[in-house]
Design a protein around this ligand. Structure first.
Ligand code: IMP
Ligand code: MG
Length: 183
């Protein structure tokens, strides 16, 4: 695999480095510290990762979180190509009773916010004690703020990005840093 300070090609698009693995490690550690402080003294939180994109961020967040927690994953499908469609399907794989639990939804990116809003609306009736959102990336230029994103590691411009779990038509999820599309 090419060096991670270089332009890369995925399918028919080129991408340039935007956020390094070192920067991710530092910011996610900071988020984990905030979460540990905020949830101290409460029943242990449930980290609920949204597959597939959140798998690396969820792992990084979990291993930096210095407190007891539960970790589970769910799946919703909502995205194709480089523009968010807002389409969402059913929630798959929720295997934990979240009633009375402090749920932290773990997302790769909050872009148009459609998927997080949909998920939030599906979890609310299950009567969790609280729901917060942790996202590796937030696009403040797009985000409508219907659902508060309490924990965001990075705010980024409205450019399509890949890496560290995020894909472009299935490619780039395994890249250890974040790359942005070259226009
Ligand atoms: P939404 O637009 O906030 O609903 O985002 C839905 C999902 O689309 C996110 O959880 C990501 O999996 C994916 N997504 C949104 N923006 C990007 C991007 O820039 N790169 C790769 N995937 C994205
Ligand atoms: Mg996602």
């Amino acid at each position: 695999m090419a060096a991670h300070d270089k332009e890369i090609t995925l399918g028919d698009n080129s991408f340039t480095p935007a956020i390094t693995l070192g920067e991710i490690a530092r910011e996610v550690q900071g988020l984990a510290n905030r979460i540990a402080a905020d949830y101290a003294g409460r029943r242990r939180p449930l980290l609920l990762g949204v597959l597939n994109g959140s798998f690396m961020f969820a792992s990084e967040l979990a291993r930096n979180l210095d407190m007891d927690c539960d970790i589970s994953f769910i799946k919703i499908a909502s995205y194709r190509g480089t523009e968010s469609t807002g389409r969402v399907s059913e929630l798959v794989g929720l295997d934990v009773d979240i009633a009375g639990r402090h749920v932290i939804i773990v997302e790769d990116i909050v872009d148009t916010e459609h998927s997080i809003e949909h998920l939030y609306r599906m979890l609310e009736p299950l009567r969790p004690a609280s729901i917060e959102v942790a996202a590796l990336l937030l696009k403040p230029g797009v985000y409508r703020k219907e659902i508060p994103v309490r924990y965001a590691a990075f705010e980024i411009p409205d450019d399509f990005v890949v890496g560290f779990g995020l894909d472009y038509d299935g490619l780039g999820r395994n890249l250890p840093g974040i790359y942005k599309i070259k226009r």
